[in-house]
Ligand binder design. Structure first.
Ligand SMILES: Nc1nc2c(ncn2[C@@H]2O[C@H](COP(=O)(O)O[C@H]3[C@@H](O)[C@H](n4cnc5c(=O)[nH]c(N)nc54)O[C@@H]3COP(=O)(O)O)[C@@H](O)[C@H]2O)c(=O)[nH]1
Length: 907
């Protein structure tokens, strides 16, 4: 990292083009010691060897020249010696000729000896031969009379005239000799004999000097005929070999035909005799000194080269290691620089500046990266090399400087997150990690604003309702707990209002969930506008809201106007999905500490108060202790319903009518307004509670819906009604149709069609005798699924009617597609028919609409004749109501049918 500091502190110049960079790198590599030094060493070694070979060449040439000269000198010397020797021999021969002439052949040698003219007998054997080839005299003396007539020298002189001397080949095995001869003529010039001097061939090579000619030199003499007379090589003297005599006076280097030894050779003709002198110097001996010198040179050069190679190798290896280390370092630096540039983190490499007292006085910004530039809005050039106190002064007082100093001193890495107020980004969340490096610290800074925002979003989502953005149940609980703790400490009060919207379900079911969502948002906003800043409006779930009013001092009942304001705000009409709708709200209100000391109790009591308010709707209700009784009552009722239902479910054929059966069905006749005939009945449930007596379905059908018990209960009603209607038929009474109420939850239930089919099959009632009454809101909950279900029922032959028509939000276009046979005008429109023009208009509109859609229209709740007359006058098809009959037990229906009761005529 120190290297990184240095590297970063002295950034490289801007990158040259890639090619130049590569060339520069190659050049740089070449200049590296581990490459240049071996190259230099190679050149040195080459030069050394060149010089060595040059010197060797020169020396060789000198050595050969010297050998050449020595050979020439030797041949000169030898020639002179031989000339002297031969001249002596020839002189002896001539004296012998003269002595023969003067003294006769027999006395000639004696005369010569007397005059001291005979050569030493040890070396020269002189003899005189007569014309027949008989030796007449010799010195040293031998037995005379020897015959040499067939000797070459004898025949040579005998057969030729003239005075030419003759030299024989070397002859004789034990005592070899070369015979020099001259012809002896008589006074008449005829052949008279031969004078001979026989010489030991070793005589001619006796001048061989080891000091000059070495051990393998050559010295000798050959005849003009190419036959060697005597030649000495080293210690060996030989003769008789036939050789090719080269050119005289030349020095040649060639292998000797005598022994194969390569020699510098030279030949020289000898005057007076047909002989040549031969000398030779052994090449190997002559060049030995040179060869030794050459070996020394080569050894020296080799040693020098090897030494150089070893030294250079060692230096190069060391340099290579260094270069490798440097390259690794450079790569690490480049990687660090690239990584730091590509990093999303900002890097600040800081060098510590120590104060006089040993404390950290400042930091010098050694280097930074691009991200740091973006973060600080300062360029690298501006920052680098400058004190931090100058470039980033805000950090001095923010505690960050202290942290950097602490890391520089104790070396313990630290990290933290902080909100930085950057010039270009005032609310920026940053994370820093500070680590110590040699000579300073490195601060790695990351922008974590997005993460922080995400965390805030997640926190917000966890504590707020997705749809309205209001605090949710969990946050409300927190705030309620906090409000209670504050109130306890300050001895103040807390208000809590539990709000449930009235009529929301109708909008949600009728206009769809989007409309319901929109309504919730608008209502939430309106309620929020009524509150103080410290108050909390939370969405508790569904159409339930809670208002928390903390810190109420004085009379807590003073919150009443605020609650009224909220109530009114909710009742303002709202336009959703292009339609104006209106809802109200029921509020249950509790006060801390009066109605509970903890959050749970307060919430439970507010819920109870809200249920009481719900009875009147569009109102608020402060909690009173007796309210909890009705909650308990609800629970008791539910439990009772469950118990009451058990025996009914055991009986599958609708015969649950015993004393233990608490549920029973009453049947209210439906009458044709034109004929007055009873054509059908509506089955209506009753609950004979063993303690509370007869309980109205208005009290328990809603509970059964809430708890889901409506499904088994509704099935019991369906089966009982089918079995009963078939029973009347079986009794021979006029056939009736029976209508059964199917609640929203029942209608939604998947197996409804199957259950109806089972009831019809089990009871034997024809499907045409069954009518299912559903409300508009039940159908509108899931229109597509509802229509599908209605079509299935229609296909089975079961009739469908819409109950309470006019109270919901049926889309008229959708109504057209419903496979229904009857519309039922809600009794709320019938009850005021006599007085309310609106209700009259609604009733007439429903009748007209029904007829236009080819539906029959029935009015319910007809209690008076005026109502009946109005309906009949306006072409309503059927009616049902107390005017004709209240809901009655099945026996009563049987009686009515039996008596064929008809509709009383109006007066
Ligand atoms: N899902 C089921 N709902 C049922 C069943 N049985 C009844 N109900 C529903 O309960 C509501 C109250 O019913 P009930 O108290 O039986 O009231 C019905 C009639 O008694 C009453 N009525 C009939 N004629 C008159 C009249 O002239 N005046 C008057 N004030 N009331 C009269 O009207 C009720 C019939 O209503 P409807 O079903 O809309 O025709 C009620 O909503 C029942 O639907 C059940 O088995 N399942």
């Amino acid at each position: 990292m120190k290297a990184a500091l240095a590297e970063q502190a002295h950034p490289r110049p801007a990158s040259p083009p890639a090619r130049r960079t590569a060339f520069a790198r190659l050049l740089g590599r070449g200049l590296e010691t581990h490459i240049s030094l071996p190259l230099f060493a190679l050149v040195l070694i080459a030069a050394l060897w060149f010089a060595t070979f040059h010197v060797i060449g020169t020396e060789e040439r000198a050595a050969r020249g010297a050998a050449h000269d020595a050979t020439r000198e030797l041949v000169d010397t030898y020639e002179a010696q031989m000339a002297r020797s031969l001249s002596g021999i020839d002189q002896t021969l001539r004296v012998m000729q003269y002595a023969v002439v003067m003294n006769g052949p027999n006395e000639a040698l004696g005369a010569m000896s007397a005059k001291g003219l005979l050569p030493p007998g040890l070396v020269f054997q002189v003899a005189i031969t007569n014309d027949a080839g008989r030796i007449l005299a010799s010195n040293p003396r031998t037995s005379s009379g020897g015959d040499v007539s067939r000797a070459s020298w004898f025949t040579f002189h005998r057969d030729r005239d003239g005075d030419a001397p003759y030299v024989s080949e070397t002859i004789g095995r034990d005592e070899p000799h070369v015979v020099f001869s001259r012809r002896i003529n008589d006074a008449d010039g005829r052949f008279a004999g031969v004078a001979t001097v026989a010489v030991d061939p070793a005589f001619f090579t006796s001048s061989y000097e080891h000091s000059r000619q070495g051990e393998r030199g050559l010295l000798g003499m050959a005849g003009g005929d190419g036959v060697v007379r005597a030649v000495r090589t080293g210690e060996q003297v030989r003769w008789g070999q036939r050789i090719v005599i080269g050119k005289a006076d030349q020095v040649v280097l060639a292998p000797s035909p005598l022994d194969g030894e390569s020699r510098y050779r030279s030949v020289r003709p000898l005057n007076g005799f047909p002989l040549v002198a031969m000398v030779g110097l052994s090449e190997s001996e002559q060049m030995a000194a040179f060869h030794q010198q050459r070996r020394a040179w080569l050894l020296g050069a080799s040693a020098g080269s090897a030494l150089l190679a070893i030294v250079v190798s060692l230096i190069s290896a060391w340099s290579w290691q260094l270069a490798k280390a440097r390259r690794r370092e450079r790569l690490a630096q480049e990687t660090y620089a690239a990584a730091s540039e590509a990093s999303l983190d900002a890097f600040f490499v800081l060098r510590t500046v120590m104060g006089a007292g040993g404390e950290v006085a400042d930091f010098i910004i050694e280097t930074t990266n691009t991200r740091a530039e973006q973060l600080t809005a300062l360029s690298k050039a501006d920052m680098e090399g400058k004190p931090m106190s100058v470039m980033l002064p805000t950090y001095l007082g923010s505690g960050i400087f202290g942290e950097l100093a602490a890391v520089a001193i104790d070396g313990v890495a630290r990290e933290a997150e902080w909100m930085a107020h950057l010039p270009h980004n005032p609310d920026c969340w940053l994370h820093r990690q500070v680590v110590r490096v040699e000579g300073g610290v490195v601060a790695i800074v990351r922008d974590i604003t997005e993460r922080k925002r995400a965390e805030q979003r997640i926190r917000h989502l966890a504590h707020h309702d997705d749809l309205t953005g209001l605090p949710n149940r969990s946050l409300l609980r927190d705030r309620l707990g906090q409000a209670i703790r504050d109130a306890e400490r300050k001895r103040t009060s807390v208000g809590l209002a539990f709000i449930d919207l009235d009529g929301f379900k109708l909008v949600n079911d009728g206009l769809g969930h989007n409309a319901g969502d929109e309504l919730l948002k608008v209502v939430g906003e309106r309620m929020g506008l009524c509150l103080r800043r410290n108050d909390t409006l939370a969405r508790f779930g569904g159409d339930e809201f809670v208002i928390l009013l903390p810190d109420l001092s004085g009379d807590p009942m003073a919150i009443t106007p605020l609650l009224e304001k909220v109530r009114q705000a909710v009742t303002e009409p709202v336009e959703v999905e292009g339609q104006e709708v209106q809802v109200s709200c029921s509020m249950g209100v509790v006060l801390y500490p009066r109605d509970g000391l903890d959050a749970n109790t307060l919430m439970m009591n507010a819920d109870a108060a809200m249920y009481r308010a719900k009875e009147n709707k569009n109102s608020f209700q402060f909690y009173a202790s007796e309210m909890n009784a009705s909650v308990e009552e609800k629970l008791v009722l539910l439990e009772g319903m469950r118990t009451a239902l058990e025996p009914c479910l055991e009986e599958r054929d609708g015969r649950c009518t015993g004393a233990d059966c608490q549920f029973q069905l009453l049947y209210q006749p439906k009458v044709d307004l034109r004929t007055g005939q009873v054509f059908g009945v509506e089955a209506l449930i009753r609950w004979n509670h063993p303690e509370h007596g007869l309980i109205s379905p208005l009290r328990f059908i809603g509970l059964a819906e809430e708890s889901g018990m409506i499904v088994p209960l509704g099935e019991w009603v369906l089966r009982t009604a089918c079995f009963q209607t078939q029973a009347w038929r079986d009794a021979g009474l006029p056939p009736l149709a029976v209508s059964v109420n199917v609640s929203a939850r029942q209608f939604e239930e998947k197996r409804l069609v199957e259950r109806i089919a089972d009831a019809l099959r089990d009871s034997g009632l024809p499907p045409q005798a069954l009518e299912v009454e559903v409300t508009e809101s039940s159908i509108m909950r899931d229109l597509a699924r509802s229509v599908e279900k209605m079509r299935e029922l229609e296909a089975m032959g079961v009739a469908l009617s819409i109950d309470d028509f006019g109270t919901g939000y049926s889309s008229l276009s959708a109504l057209k597609s419903f496979p229904i046979s009857r519309l039922k005008i809600d009794k709320s429109f019938v009850s005021d028919l006599a007085d309310s023009l609106d209700d009259q208009a609604i009733a007439m509109a429903v009748i007209s609409l029904g007829h236009k859609l080819n539906l029959r229209v029935i009015a319910e709740g007809v209690e008076t004749e005026q109502q009946r007359d109005f309906l009949r006058a306006n072409d309503c098809d059927e009616m049902q109501g107390y005017l004709f009959s209240r809901p009655v037990p099945p026996e009563r229906i049987a009686e009515m049918l039996a008596a064929s009761i008809t509709l009383p005529e109006s007066p």
